[in-house]
Design a protein around this ligand. Structure first.
Ligand code: NAD
Length: 471
């Protein structure tokens, strides 16, 4: 029986391994993590992450051929294939601070693999890492245990949070990069055999190591660039009377452009887009490619601009101040169908409003009060001027109230902001919300999910990104 171990039981390690276990009943899959609470949650009734369909998959194979454990060393020692899916955040200090990937978690995982291994292993990069990381990992492994042979593969993960299970069941492609030696090709084949249990052969792409590592950074950079492109258009739409939804529809009909990922919004978030572009920028700079680095940097700058623009629009609409005014924030997660708030644009928007002394009443169906209070009490990480994250003083919590219902959030509010595109926000009773708000009552739709004409009929003053403003 092939044994797989995955180091890191997070948003990627948990779901990917659960799907491998489900699709390959004859493979034993252990997911290990240093976080005792995370592993306890994976073994309990309340999984540590919210993903549609995940609970069902985990319940089908947990205890059968899927195990979650903190006994890292034993599981790694016994495994034939070791996936490493640890976090690779942006460095906050030292060389490359603000841009380069922090590989400390990766390095300690690699050293531990070298320490405990007693048999040859395939080590798979599942985390998103800078191009050439495999070379560094190889060095750590071979210098620490010369008698054991390792093959390093790059198998970046392309799932999107919110649709992770669907994406894993039916991936656009699975990418496997490896050495071009016979041993490297054998390792690629072993991993291909795992995916071949459910992924059609023509969707499994094999490349050299560096192409696979770079493709993941490139894919995220292209996706983020598309969002920044449409968001840049949204500003121009507002200035000219064009409607960004109509423009997106018109350009998306061009098969060379395509319709997906053309929704204008308050900005992209999530743990990956910004960090991976910064990583790319750093690699370009290290290779003396300044103009290329500047090109990708602009994608993040436009994203920051979009978030600021949204805050400024709220404040300027409400007579140039939100001081003391109650504003309902509907949605805090970085996108719908996840409880993940890492780099969510809601943090910047809320902080912008808190900076002008607004009172916020926040509701998100999947985000806890603790998460929101923690996110809002951290100083914003400034990638241009990196400093350690520090608590803000005084804590923002006095101005922030987290509630468990959209109607409660909007009661007596001066304005409502939609910051996450949760489906439930599309079908709220906006007449009821309007009746219970202060007047004039504003709606700022940061995700373009509401029917502007209907809201205006009710009596709201509406700002929807990239759409003609209220007369
Ligand atoms: P995460 O923070 O949710 O999970 C990482 C886990 O690794 C944590 O639980 C942490 O405790 C654990 N860990 C860290 N060091 C460890 C060690 N030495 N031993 C054991 N466990 C250790 O991160 P994530 O969102 O799952 O992302 C993991 C990687 O996958 C990152 O490189 C990310 O860029 C990439 N990725 C993420 C997504 C996504 O949507 N979240 C998608 C594709 C790729």
């Amino acid at each position: 029986m092939v044994k797989i171990c995955c180091i890191g039981a997070g948003y990627v390690g948990g779901p990917t391994m659960a799907v491998i276990a489900l699709k390959c009943p004859k493979i034993e899959v252990a997911v290990v993590d240093i976080s005792v609470s995370r592993i306890a949650a994976w073994n309990g009734d309340q999984l540590p992450i919210y993903e549609p369909g995940l609970e069902d998959v985990v319940k089908q194979c947990r205890g059968r051929n899927l195990f979650f454990s903190t006994d890292i060393e034993n599981h790694v020692a016994e495994a034939d294939i070791v996936f490493v899916s640890v976090n690779t955040p942006t460095k906050t200090q030292g060389l490359g601070a603000g841009k380069a990937a922090d590989l400390t978690y990766w390095e300690s995982a690699a050293r531990m693999i070298a320490d405990v291994s007693k048999s040859n292993k395939i080590v798979v990069e599942k985390s998103t890492v800078p191009v050439k990381t495999a070379e560094a990992i190889e060095k750590i492994l071979t210098h620490n245990s010369r008698e054991i042979k390792y093959q390093i593969l790059s198998n970046p993960e392309f799932l999107a949070e919110g649709t992770a299970i669907q994406d894993l069941f039916n991936p656009d492609r699975v990418l496997i990069g490896g050495r071009e030696t016979p041993e490297g090709q054998k390792a690629i084949q072993a991993l291909k055999d795992v995916y071949a249990h459910w992924v059609p052969e023509d969707r499994i792409i094999t490349t050299n190591l560096w192409s696979a590592e770079l493709s993941k950074l490139a894919a995220n950079a292209f996706l983020a660039q598309r969002i920044s492109s449409v968001n840049a258009m949204s500003a121009l739409c507002e200035a000219t009377g064009a409607d960004v939804t109509q423009v997106s529809h018109a350009i998306g009909k061009d098969t060379r452009i395509g319709p997906r990922f053309l929704n204008s919004s308050v900005g992209f978030g999530g743990s990956c887009f910004q960090k991976d572009i910064l990583n790319l920028v750093y690699i370009c700079e290290c290779n003396g490619l300044t103009e290329v680095a500047n090109y990708w940097k602009q994608v993040i700058k436009v994203n920051d601009y979009q978030k600021n623009r949204f805050v400024n629009r709220i404040v300027s609409s409400m007579f140039n101040t939100v001081s003391g005014k109650k504003i309902a924030i509907l949605g805090f997660a970085f996108k719908k169908d996840t409880g993940d708030t890492r780099e969510t644009p809601a943090i910047d928007v809320c902080k912008g409003l808190l900076g002008d002394k607004a009172k916020l009443s926040i509701y998100d169906p999947q985000v806890t009060e603790d998460q929101i209070q923690r996110d809002l009490s951290m100083k914003k990480f400034d990638w241009d001027h990196p400093i350690h994250l520090q608590p803000m003083s005084p804590p923002a919590s006095k101005q922030v109230n987290v509630v468990w219902d959209a109607y409660q959030a909007a009661k007596d509010a001066h304005g409502v902001c939609i910051l996450t595109e949760w489906d439930e926000f599309k079908t709220l009773d906006y007449q009821k919300i309007f009746d219970n708000m202060r007047k004039p009552a504003y709606i700022f739709d940061g995700r373009n999910i509401l029917d502007v004409a209907k809201l205006r009929e009710i009596g709201f003053i509406v700002y929807s990104i990239g759409k003609p403003l209220d007369p």
